[in-house]
Design a protein around this ligand. Structure first.
Ligand code: NAD
Length: 431
């Protein structure tokens, strides 16, 4: 169920139980969904044993919600599952700074995945390619003959293209099935179709079909999102002058990432802090998403570069955008099996995979801006270490109330927060 407002003033000051109760109320969660979130996110062992092999237990990570997001005029509270401090706070903070211009706007592609079929042993690649294209409608009809809800809902194989590639093993023909997977990530449907038509492809090409598997470089399934941030919103003090200076710093940071793969890797890791955390929270195949996003950042431009684009518009605002593969599903995979993933999807209240894709890409923009803004102003460590102090206190052996006490003391000091300082502070409060 979509929430009416994502600006939850003072939310961070509540206890975990109070926050959960508030989100349950806003998102109209069921008792089972609330219980799944409250139960340390654990799967029961039977469910876990069905998901992977050789199960010996389960492992928890925190789920936090990012606030202030408005995507296509709808407010969203966004669950993140991640172990790193300051990510959720930074995303929430940046999402607030584009509200004057209406938040994030999406223009996503249809949910079309690629199934690859590798054809070897061909005497004439051009003739084989022609033969596949001539039989295209027959092959598509074979794919779409599968009994499937996805196809009934308007999905299925929509086109077939052919590519010839040079490899160490010689020239190969690669057939791409373009499959609309609707609200599923679609790996299983695409792989089934690729296997189904491989015999026919061998017959018409006189070749040998080898691999048959989807590509995670989902270039026909790009999430395309943009947001505009005014100088006043980006400033420290509400002034246009200060905000404009910060925008200049952000653009310089972005140009560094565009030009240098060493910087781009860390810049993009920051974007994935949001995208992967939401993917994990919502039971998505985050490895597939990671692979697709990073590959596209290189393939689109011929060299690895920033996944985002940042510009100053004619009015002096900062405009951020992203176009990246986003193979997500709200049916299939773990999205419907893991009880916490189900609860998190309910918090989002999404009705389609495309809606989820847009939210994830929007959060990627916000996260990217948060890191660049911090780096271009005070440096990243001040905010990060402040939030990290509690983890450091736990590492130093603090328990119960000691954790907050130690974190507050070290954060109130002006110098850097080191593990030694944390240990000394813990020792001093125990004396
Ligand atoms: P899935 O196999 O569960 O398929 C989705 C099912 O839901 C289909 O049977 C479909 O007909 C049905 N369906 C019902 N309503 C639908 C709707 N509105 N839209 C679309 N389908 C609808 O799930 P999947 O998405 O095919 O596969 C995802 C899983 O595959 C993930 O767990 C992923 O990790 C795994 N996987 C990934 C790769 C990879 O390379 N990325 C490879 C193999 C498997």
């Amino acid at each position: 169920m979509p929430v009416e407002d994502s600006r939850l003033s003072g939310f961070y000051k509540l206890s975990v139980t109070e926050r959960r109760a508030m989100i349950a109320n806003l998102a109209k969660l069921s008792d089972d969904e609330v219980a799944a979130l409250a139960n340390h996110g654990e799967l029961d062992e039977l469910a876990a044993d069905r998901m992977i092999e050789n199960v010996i237990g389960t492992m928890s990570l925190p789920v936090g919600v990012a606030t202030n997001f408005v995507v296509d005029d709808k407010p969203y509270i966004i669950p993140f599952c991640v172990e790193e401090s300051s990510i959720v706070a930074a995303a929430s903070n940046m999402a607030k700074r584009c509200l004057k211009k209406g938040g994030f706007k999406t223009n996503n592609d249809e949910p079309v995945m690629i199934g690859q079929i590798q054809v070897l042993g061909l005497e004439n690649i051009e003739e084989a390619s022609e033969a596949v294209l001539t039989a295209k409608y027959e092959l598509m009809a074979m794919c779409n003959s599968l009994p499937s809800t996805m196809i009934k809902l308007g999905g299925g194989c929509k086109d077939i293209i052919v590519r010839s590639i040079d490899t160490i093993s010689g020239k190969m023909l690669v057939v791409h099935l373009l499959v609309d997977t609707r609200d599923a990530m679609g790996a299983n449907a695409v792989n089934t179709m690729a296997e189904l038509v491989s015999g026919k492809i061998e017959e018409i090409t006189n070749g040998r079909v080898h691999l048959r598997i989807l590509s995670n470089l989902a270039t026909h399934r790009l999430a395309k999102v943009e947001a505009t941030f005014t100088p006043e919103e980006l400033s420290d003090d509400g002034t246009r002058e200060n905000g404009s200076k910060i925008i200049t710093g952000i653009l310089e940071a972005h140009h560094f990432a565009m030009a240098d793969p060493y910087r781009a890797t860390t810049h993009n890791k920051g974007i994935m802090n949001a995208i992967s955390a939401i993917a994990l929270a919502c039971g998505q195949d985050w490895r597939a998403i990671e692979a697709g996003c990073h590959a596209w950042a290189a393939v689109e431009n011929g060299a690895y570069t920033s996944m985002t684009r940042w510009e100053r518009d004619d009015e002096g605002n900062l405009v951020g955008s992203i176009e990246t593969p986003m193979a997500v599903g709200i049916v299939g995979g773990a999205s419907k099996v893991h009880p916490v993933a189900r609860a998190n999807l309910s918090i989002l209240g999404v009705e389609s995979a495309q809606e989820l894709a847009g939210i994830m890409a929007a959060a990627g923009i916000a996260q990217n801006l948060g890191a660049m803004r911090a780096l271009a102003t005070n440096g990243i460590q001040a905010g990060h270490m402040k939030l990290h102090a509690r983890n450091m206190a736990v590492s130093a052996g603090a328990i119960g109330d000691e954790i907050e006490q130690v974190a507050n003391i070290v954060n109130s000091q002006s110098g850097p927060v080191t593990q030694q300082l944390v240990k000394e502070t813990l020792d001093s409060i125990r004396d």
